[in-house]
Write a protein that binds this ligand. Structure first.
Ligand SMILES: Cc1ncc(C[n+]2csc(CCOP(=O)(O)OP(=O)(O)O)c2C)c(N)n1
Ligand SMILES: [Mg+2]
Length: 371
């Protein structure tokens, strides 16, 4: 009997190895911007390719400006995004307007490109309630700070879409750290069980603040965690906009065709600190690792690809940079012009119907504010 038990477990170990080794990384553009996987090439027009590049350039500038504005005390909470543009923007680019985004704190670019006015994103950073008043028709919620919670919400939104017969998807994002949360497993499992049209993205930027991904899990990939939920999982090169786009587009097709959710792990890197609250990446990352990832830069490789096709040049790049700077300046001005937030505003906008205990507090603050 003893030897039989040993054999059974040995088979399971082999099976695990086999499964793990089947998770390859989808890449379409290599670091030189050359197409290495023609078969997976997504169907995008020249204009769409240019638009995606414009958004990545714009967002890199937005990141630089947001960091400066934060240092000047003109923004509040900010989680830098440079390095993650392909992972963030190509995934949003694969969506339709009716799709719903449930972002984490680093995913502000996706919701801006999905329609949230920039000045409201700045107000969100400042903790101003108007930053959370999402305009009608813009299918996003405010960035979630509680890691993993958005996975549960996405499963629910997706199930709601399915029940209404909508041909749309809910997409959500977390990080390598977030993939260790219970909510992550509950979300993918629930959506799988109900074949809800959800797309679960894990942006694996190798660190959860200072904790390296190696300490996060003994699984070889995060994508393979889909197997236990009975849903497909794929690992993609998250510095390759085309690979990210192709994977999300296909996941969207499956979802709207009633085939259920997909888990997508994007291998990426954040160049900056975790947030602007004061962590020092040199304490937990080596310069060698930073250099290795900067060589994979999503903008550099996509730019090379477009230049070879005659679809991009310096003038186009400069035009986007200038436009970004102008629009950011206007948006921060508009954010500054918003009336200062009052405690009564905070109370009134928290719930659709004000609970009794808050009514009392509301009256107290109304009185104070009138003086
Ligand atoms: C439930 C929960 N636990 C802890 C935190 C504190 N916290 C904020 S960000 C973070 C690291 C998350 O890392 P990762 O999921 O890899 O995302 P990244 O910041 O790298 O994009 C932690 C632990 C939190 N916000 N929520
Ligand atoms: Mg991370």
């Amino acid at each position: 009997m003893a030897s039989k038990t040993k054999t059974t477990l040995a088979d399971s170990v082999k099976q695990l190895e086999k499964i793990e080794n089947q998770f390859e990384t989808l890449q379409i553009l290599n670091e030189e911007g050359e197409v290495v996987n023609e078969a997976a090439m997504p169907d995008l027009s020249d204009e769409q390719l240019q638009e995606l590049m414009k958004r990545m350039v714009y967002t890199r500038i937005l990141d630089q400006r947001s960091i400066s504005l934060n240092r000047q005390g003109r923004l509040g909470f900010y989680a830098p995004t440079a390095g993650q543009e392909a992972s963030q923007l190509a995934s949003q680019f694969a969506l339709e307007k009716e799709d719903f985004i449930l972002p984490g704190y680093r995913d502000v670019p996706q919701i801006i490109w999905h329609g949230l006015p920039l000045y409201q994103a700045f107000l969100f950073s400042r903790g101003h309630f108007h930053g959370n008043q999402i305009p009608e028709g813009v299918n996003v919620i405010s960035p979630q700070i509680i890691i993993g919670a958005q996975y549960i919400q996405a499963a629910g939104v997706a199930l709601g879409m399915k029940k209404r017969g909508a041909k749309s998807v809910a997409i959500t994002y977390t990080g390598d750290g977030g993939s260790s949360q219970g909510d992550f497993y509950e979300g993918i499992n629930f959506a799988g069980a109900y074949k809800a049209p959800a797309i679960f993205i894990v942006q694996n930027n190798r660190f959860a603040i200072s904790t390296p991904v190696e300490k996060q899990t003994s699984a070889k990939t995060i994508a393979q965690k889909a197997v236990a939920a009975g849903i497909p999982g794929i690992q993609v090169d998250g510095m390759d906009a085309l690979a990210v786009y192709a994977a999300v587009r296909e996941a969207r097709e499956r979802a709207v065709n009633g085939e259920g959710p997909t888990l997508i792990e994007t291998l990426t890197y954040r160049y900056g600190p975790h947030t602007m609250a004061g962590d020092d990446p040199t304490r937990y990352r080596t310069a060698d690792l930073d250099n290795e990832w900067e060589k994979k830069d999503p903008l550099v490789r996509f730019r090379k690809f477009l230049e070879t096709k005659g679809l991009w040049n310096e003038d186009m790049e400069n035009e986007v940079i200038e436009r970004a700077k102008e629009e950011i300046k206007d948006a921060i001005k508009k954010a500054d012009e918003q009336p200062k937030q009052k405690v009564t505003d905070l109370i009134s906008f928290m719930y659709e119907e004000m609970p009794n205990h808050l009514e009392e507090q509301y009256e107290i603050y109304k009185e104070k504010e009138s003086k």
